[in-house]
Design a protein around this ligand. Structure first.
Ligand code: PA5
Length: 429
């Protein structure tokens, strides 16, 4: 099994296996797509059913634009942003050598941010991927207006067309209309896959492919998870073990789950995870607040609260078995920093010892439950696998508390108020 789940430090007061009957029933609802929100369950069969011709076109397009892309600008928000960034940072790292620089925009109204991005890319060779299912998301549409003008001014209308790629609905929406009219290459966001489940569609795959990520390997990992995790048996399905454990945590009174990584390049994965769990589960006054931390960095800020503060949270540690790169501590004759006791040790070993010591401290001295999810590495296959793992766990954990995991009605409320304040026609009062 590519991913492992370990609840032995979870301080659980119930047996995971006691939920077997419930899980068996809900597993059927997930795999047969008969549960709540089933019109947004295209992700369930996607590892087998995805459009292979479109997939080949993604690879071709990526090859076509890669040489032109000193910078790739990805314009999108929420489900049309976080997945791509999570994948690219996890797989390529934060400072990958010789790779296309990626800039994310369309995810903020900050004038300072947008202005600085525009200045930063002014003299660089740019390719732009605008991503929006609805085509009407204000943050994205506004940024795209600025970018479109920039691209046309910089390259002229004809060349700009070859550098702009739109990922959107197959038929509807303002972005689709605009892309067709301008002649941009387009990729489809399937009708039955919601934003936070869409990283495995062109939403995530196009930017990944442009920056040189092997998307076939991503799909291989996804497919293997789809096959291996197709079992209701709680002894054999770590995604469901995790889902059940979350249920037990809720019953034990925990309101916050802190997703912990020990790799800075996984911080955006944590952001993606937060949207996936938070937007799926946070309804009807229910749900666990998804939070995240990167250790050991945040042990020097949040560590005190976790250790001795109010007992509101449990931690889920995502452990990476093998780092992408490693280095060893060299001997230093003077040893003024007193670090010689680590001579010959690898940095990753130090990181793992920090993790071990922290789990022990938080669980034993702090009485904070720790769950452990393990992935082999931060490569393409593991990313694909973990997507399906978390999708499945999310569906199961929501169904266990009678929540539809695939809608997000609450997100619209701020938009209505904002539209009224902005004077958008139709939202006057
Ligand atoms: O999960 C969601 O539905 C949201 O995060 C959306 O993905 C986000 O608002 C972007 O929407 P769109 O792709 O329509 O621009």
């Amino acid at each position: 099994m590519t991913m492992k789940f370990d609840a032995s430090h979870g301080l659980l007061k119930e047996e995971i296996s006691s939920y077997q009957d419930k899980v068996t029933e809900l597993h059927k609802a997930i795999r047969s797509r008969t549960g709540a929100g089933n019109d947004f369950m295209g992700w369930v069969e996607w590892p087998a059913s995805y459009d292979k011709e479109e997939f080949a076109r993604i690879i071709k397009t990526a090859e076509r634009v890669r040489d032109k892309a000193e910078v790739l600008i990805v314009c999108g928000i929420g489900g049309s942003y976080l997945g791509a960034r999570a994948a690219i940072e996890m797989i390529n790292g934060l400072y990958p050598e010789g790779k296309t620089e990626v800039i994310y925009i369309g995810n903020t109204f900050s004038s300072t941010y947008v202005s600085q991005v525009m200045k930063h890319v002014q003299n660089k060779s740019v390719v732009l991927n605008v991503i929006s299912k609805s085509g009407t998301t204000t943050e994205t549409a506004l940024a795209f207006r600025v970018l479109r003008e920039f691209m046309e001014k910089k390259y002229g209308k004809e060349e700009a067309k070859t550098r702009i790629i739109a990922t959107t609905d197959k038929a509807r929406g303002a972005l689709k209309t605009l892309a067709d009219q301008e002649g941009y290459e387009t990729f489809v966001i399937p009708d039955d896959i919601g934003g936070r489940y869409s990283v495995i569609t062109p939403v995530g795959l196009v930017p990944m492919a442009i920056v040189g990520i092997d998307i076939a390997k991503v799909m291989e990992g996804l497919h293997d998870a789809y096959t291996e995790l197709n079992t209701a048996d709680l002894n054999k399905n770590p995604a469901y073990q995790y889902a059940v454990t979350r249920r037990i945590m809720q019953k034990q009174g925990y309101n916050v789950e802190m997703f912990v990584t020990y790799e800075p390049q996984m911080q955006m994965l944590a952001e993606w995870w937060k949207q996936l769990l938070g937007e799926s589960e946070g309804k009807d006054g229910k749900g666990i607040l998804p939070d995240s931390a990167c250790f050991s960095t945040d042990l020097h800020s949040l560590g005190q609260f976790i250790q001795q503060g109010k007992k509101v949270l449990y931690e889920t540690v995502l452990e990476v078995e093998k780092p992408t790169e490693d280095l060893h501590v060299e001997a230093d004759e003077a040893n003024l920093d007193n670090m010689n006791y680590l001579t010959g040790k690898s940095y990753d070993w130090v990181n793992k010892m920090a993790e071990k010591g922290t789990i022990e401290a938080h669980v034993e001295a702090g009485n904070v439950p720790n769950l452990l999810i393990t992935i082999p590495d931060m490569k393409e296959y593991s990313f694909g696998y973990l997507c399906y793992f978390f999708f499945l766990a999310t569906a199961m954990t929501c169904y266990m508390i009678d929540i539809n995991p695939f809608n997000q009605p609450g997100v619209e409320i701020y938009k209505k108020n904002m539209f009224r304040l902005l004077g958008k026609p139709g939202y006057e009062k």
